[in-house]
Design a protein around this ligand. Structure first.
Ligand SMILES: Nc1ncnc2c1ncn2[C@@H]1O[C@H](COP(=O)(O)OP(=O)(O)OP(=O)(O)O)[C@@H](O)[C@H]1O
Ligand code: SF4
Ligand SMILES: [Mg+2]
Length: 397
């Protein structure tokens, strides 16, 4: 088992938050054994989550977010999967639990909302039946009681004309409505922990906000713990207590979410932040996409996995994997961790960036020019606003 990024021996898993945890994941590894080799999808992830708390898991496509969530829930089924480590949920060791006992937890104490509602809903069964059957089989409710619970749940997730909607087939509903149905099913048995895996990626922007707000409201009202998986760092802002940033199957930074945004230390987190489109951004502002591609999970480079793309990279990064350690003495205290030799916002990071810029390292130049571009765009916008104010005042005089 690779040692890098595992918990420090003897200290147990890294605590995301204080208090008695609902979920404790320790040094979790998941691989898929395929003809081309071993796909190392999750490589030593540790985290804890308390009751009623929210955790964001953020990273690009292929970083291992879904495999991590599915490994915790033991949903990675197939003869070619191997998982090791420890997953403790409400004091139970999930990886050792008999499959029958595990299945009893699915949908009751552990629930999941997937990216595409059509993969969770049966297209040939009316949504009302899907909801009532779930309630009846998991809660033992009678027919009438289950129907009333289904109506109440649909109202709770803000589906208008709930009674009529029970008779609809999934394809007769909009994408947002279908996702609301999935959320209703997931909430039906009052789970202690809800995984929401890219729950809004398939929806348009307005509906995305509505669904995220709905999830947030339900999470707070029910005091339920929630893990929100997303590729978009902007989605977790203001919505999760803590955030984990994943790259190539590892946690590269974790912190209370507000600390992550104010004291970001990892160059990959910074790159994700740069790639968020900002409200109010002028339409011609260039988006700073991250140069290069994530590594092949069968052939992950030695040293830091982000090194081929990192604007701060130095020779040490290519040789030695950086451990996940305390990110300094900032506001996040011991709960802010980062795996980087030349962290953002430190003298070491600034020097590394300056050296690479002097050497015209392509990914460093792109970032430097991107920020110059953004700064000059902001300066232009400010100048234009001043000029517009001036002409308005002049015209009114
Ligand atoms: N069943 C499987 N067999 C082989 N490889 C797999 C399997 N499932 C996932 N992988 C690989 O594991 C890696 C992590 O995949 P995962 O689905 O967790 O990524 P992700 O972070 O959720 O990405 P996305 O944002 O696209 O959903 C990827 O390289 C993926 O191709
Ligand atoms: S500075 Fe080095 S260690 Fe840090 S992210 Fe970049 S490549 Fe990795
Ligand atoms: Mg995924």
């Amino acid at each position: 088992m690779p040692a890098e990024n595992a918990s420090t021996p003897g200290t147990g898993p890294v605590a995301v938050s204080a208090g008695s945890p609902l979920l404790r994941v320790d040094d979790l590894h998941t691989s898929f054994h395929v003809a081309a080799g071993e796909v190392r999808a999750v490589r030593g992830v540790s985290l804890t989550l308390d009751r009623g708390r929210t955790l964001g898991i953020v990273g690009e496509s292929g970083s291992g977010k879904t495999v991590l969530a599915r490994s915790i829930m033991r949903l990675n089924i197939g003869g070619n999967v191997s998982t090791s480590g420890n997953v403790e949920f409400e004091g139970r060791d999930l990886l050792d639990l008999p499959l029958k006992a595990m299945k009893n937890l699915w949908g009751t104490e552990l629930a999941m909302v997937f990216q595409d509602p059509m993969t969770s809903l049966n297209p040939v069964v009316r949504v009302g039946r899907q909801l009532t059957e779930h309630v009846r089989s998991n809660l033992g409710a009678g027919r009438g009681e289950a129907r009333q619970m289904a109506i109440d749940l649909l109202r709770e997730v803000r589906i208008p004309d709930a009674e009529a909607r029970l008779r609809a087939f999934p394809h007769e509903l909009s994408g947002g409505m279908r996702q609301r149905i999935c959320i209703a099913i997931a909430l039906a048995c009052e789970p202690a922990l809800l995984f929401a895996d890219e729950p809004t990626t398939a929806l348009d922007v307005t509906v995305q906000h509505q669904i995220l707000n709905l999830l947030g409201r339900e999470q707070r009202d029910r005091e339920m713990a929630m893990i929100l998986v997303t590729h978009d760092l902007g989605v977790v802002a203001g919505r999760t207590d803590d955030t984990i940033v994943m790259y190539a199957g590892k946690v590269v930074e974790q912190a209370p979410t507000r600390v992550l945004f104010t004291e970001m230390r990892h160059p990959y987190s910074e790159a994700l932040l740069r790639s968020i489109p900002r409200i109010g951004q002028r339409s011609h502002t260039r988006l700073s996409a991250i140069t290069g591609r994530p590594p092949d999970p069968i052939d992950i480079p030695p040293g830091c996995p982000f090194s081929p793309r990192c604007p701060y990279v130095q020779q040490k990064c290519r040789e030695e994997p950086p451990p996940l350690v305390a990110a300094g003495d900032g506001a996040g205290g011991a709960s802010h961790l980062s795996a980087c030799w030349y962290p953002v916002g430190t003298d070491a990071g600034r020097d590394a960036f300056a050296r690479n810029l002097a050497d015209r390292l392509p990914q460093t130049v792109v970032v430097a020019e991107g920020s110059e571009f953004a700064e000059s765009a902001a300066a232009n916008a400010a100048a234009e606003a001043t000029a517009a104010n001036g002409s308005f005042e002049g015209g009114g005089a």
